[in-house]
Design a binder for this molecule. Structure first.
Ligand SMILES: C[S@@+](CC[C@H](N)C(=O)[O-])C[C@H]1O[C@@H](n2cnc3c(N)ncnc32)[C@H](O)[C@@H]1O
Length: 388
């Protein structure tokens, strides 16, 4: 399961399904997983100003006046690639003639999708990418189908299924067991498992999602409202490693056998908001230690915790919002509830205090003998000295 010295393994649990646990003691900052997406799709609104700014293959920003930019030779869906190499990879993987044709029809002036909400456009793009995956990589398609998420045939899946039937070349779909149940199952996999690759942090602007990805191994991390790991992505990085990989590091030392959990959203959401999102988007009631304590807090006590907005269906632990006031109010609550609330330390040590950030801090990977004393924020990227 792990790339790195067998640091984690998958286990079945009684009440959370599959989970990832540590195989050995882990040191603060250790990388426990690097995962590559089996599927990526753009989250940028069609025709939006930003549409031409990303490579449709690697999702890196295309710099203005770049000399290497090329477009898709076959379609009119405004797909650009940062280099001919990216174009060439995409034409045989994520941007095949099947995808060209489907995206062109989805965005046509008479598309049935035209007056639908952006979320519906995203679901349609995901389905095009998923049905394309079935033909370019049947094994990755099976991996996608093996992820958590049961089909639920409702009006939305019926509409999307009929839309896909009308925009995708039927000869391809016929071989896949194409049905409304399969479409509904795929939508459920996306809802429960997609990770958002976010735009770079900007203190003055709400942070949006650039692309969504399905990461088959990272999908086994369960949620905890006080996570012991967090994920980093570096989508605009130009270094050698794949820029769309996600990297998961543990936040503090952990013993062997401990479940490793992420938070599926920023940790400073208040109790009722966390419970609502987990129920609505992921279908479970959280009974982590933090929730068990905060369930007894009065509404007034919760008020200071920031309502945070963001995409509603993915693991966007890096949604942005104010946190300065939250930290103060949480401190007050925690001072009052000191005996009940063993986690005050988490907020002081592992939450980014930068305005409008809301990120989680993890140490940089440790050296051979010593832990790192530098903390990295997984939202704004800020590096800070760890305060003892
Ligand atoms: C991304 S998947 C995580 C892996 C999943 N357990 C599996 O078996 O594939 C998200 C789903 O895991 C389950 N889950 C995650 N965290 C949980 C928690 N704290 N308590 C109960 N169920 C949880 C929920 O069913 C949720 O929809």
């Amino acid at each position: 399961m792990s790339d790195d010295n067998a640091s984690i393994k998958m286990v079945e649990t009684e009440n959370k399904g599959r989970a990832l646990v540590s195989c050995r003691p882990l040191r603060a900052g250790e990388i426990v997983l690097k995962d590559s997406p089996i599927l990526l799709y753009s989250a940028v609104p069609h025709g939006g100003a930003a549409v031409a700014n990303y490579c449709s293959n690697c999702f890196r920003t295309i710099l203005p006046h770049s000399q290497t930019t090329v477009s898709c030779p076959n379609c009119t869906s405004a797909s650009l690639f940062c280099t001919p190499e990216c174009q060439s990879i995409a034409l045989s993987t994520s941007h095949t003639p099947f995808v060209c044709q489907a995206l062109t029809r989805l965005h046509a002036a008479d598309s049935p999708l035209l007056h639908h909400h952006h979320d519906r456009h995203l679901q349609a793009r995901f389905l095009v990418a998923a049905y394309n995956l079935a033909t370019v990589s049947p094994s990755n398609f099976q991996t996608l189908l093996s992820l958590q998420g049961e089909p639920f045939v409702d009006d939305a899946s019926i509409f999307l299924h009929s839309l896909i039937s009308s925009v995708c070349p039927l000869s391809n779909l016929g071989q896949l067991g194409f049905s409304v149940e399969l479409t509904a199952a795929l939508l459920a996999k996306d809802k429960l498992n997609a990770f958002g690759l976010m735009e770079p942090f900007n203190q003055d602007k709400e942070r949006s999602v650039r692309a969504y990805g399905i990461y088959p191994r990272a999908s086994f991390f369960n949620h905890d409202c006080l996570p012991n790991a967090c994920r980093f992505d570096y989508v605009d990085s130009v270094s050698d490693f794949s820029n769309t990989n996600i990297i998961v590091r543990v936040i503090h030392d952990l013993p062997a056998g401990r479940e490793i959990c992420l938070s599926y959203f920023p940790v400073n959401l208040k109790y009722s908001e966390r419970q609502k999102r987990l129920k609505d988007d992921y279908g479970f009631k959280c009974d982590c230690d933090r929730c068990n304590v905060e369930a007894n807090w009065s509404d007034n006590e919760e008020e200071g915790e920031e309502e945070m907005d963001g995409e509603d269906n993915v693991m966007d632990e890096d949604d942005d919002d104010d946190v300065g006031d939250d930290l103060e109010t949480m401190d007050n609550n925690m001072a009052k509830e000191n005996d009940d609330f063993p986690h005050a330390y988490f907020f002081l040590r592992y939450m980014c205090s930068r305005d409008n950030c809301g990120g989680t801090l993890a140490p940089l990977p440790p050296g051979d003998t010593r832990p790192s004393t530098i903390m990295e924020c997984n939202v704004c990227g800020n590096l800070s000295k760890c305060e003892e």
